[in-house]
Design a protein around this ligand. Structure first.
Ligand code: LUB
Length: 219
């Protein structure tokens, strides 16, 4: 299975709080992550418009000035949260790729992992809500859906080359369908159950979709 870095279009680096040479920088990175996580919790619960920098500062027991030191505006905070939403996916892809499955099974496990992250990861949840609220946010947010579509299309082209795809299935069309189905599944699960059942809901949708995408088992 070729290396993931050629497949993954997600270009955002995760914020690292690993101890580096400069303790001051470490502390700054940890504080930045603390503020970003608090903002993610508030954006997920109340949305962009009903969350103030004062709310974020109070949640992390810092002054507004200290928050502005790391994020000059509430918009910059929203952009950083959405970027960290997408920074989750190369990490997930590297972990799934390391399991050494074929391209189609890699796509299956990637989306299973994404469903779990949408259920359990507050930064992923906040990024999804802010992407819905894009019209309210006066800032350049990453374009949604396109990176997942490109990643899945790359994997499905490889699946086709490996004979894993049902004859006549177009990899790009299948990738767009998977992204649309995942987006819809996570959104409905969010509105109805705050994503408590997203893993089960995605599993039943994925079973149907991959039944249509996967090559018929050779007798
Ligand atoms: C994914 C969402 C919700 C696509 O890629 C994205 O932007 C997505 C948030 O905007 O679903 C499906 C994997």
């Amino acid at each position: 299975m070729p290396e993931p870095d050629q497949a993954t279009p997600f270009r955002v680096q995760p914020i690292t709080t690993r101890r580096g040479p400069d303790p001051k920088q470490d502390r700054a990175a940890r504080t930045r992550m603390l503020v970003l996580t608090a903002a993610a919790e508030l954006f997920t619960a109340h949305g962009f418009r009903h969350t103030s920098v004062k709310d974020v500062a109070e949640r992390v027991e810092m002054t507004k000035g200290a928050v502005y030191f790391h994020f000059p505006t509430k918009e910059a905070l929203a952009v950083a949260v959405v970027e960290q939403h997408y920074a989750r996916w190369p990490v997930l892809l590297a972990a799934v790729t390391a399991e050494g499955h074929g391209p189609l099974e890699t796509a299956v496990r990637l989306l299973e992992g994404a469903a779990t992250a949408f259920r359990d990861d507050i930064v992923v949840q906040a990024g999804a809500r802010l992407q819905i609220e894009r019209p309210q946010i006066d800032a350049e947010l990453p374009t949604p859906y396109v990176d997942w579509t490109r990643l899945l299309a790359t994997l499905l082209v490889r699946a086709e080359a490996a004979g894993e795809l049902r004859k006549g299935v177009c990899p790009q069309a299948a990738a767009r369908s998977l992204v649309a189905a995942f987006f819809g599944t996570q959104h409905i699960s969010d509105v109805l159950h705050e994503r408590a059942d997203i893993v089960e809901r995605w599993s039943e949708t994925a079973e149907l979709l991959f039944l249509a995408i996967r090559a018929a088992p050779t007798p």
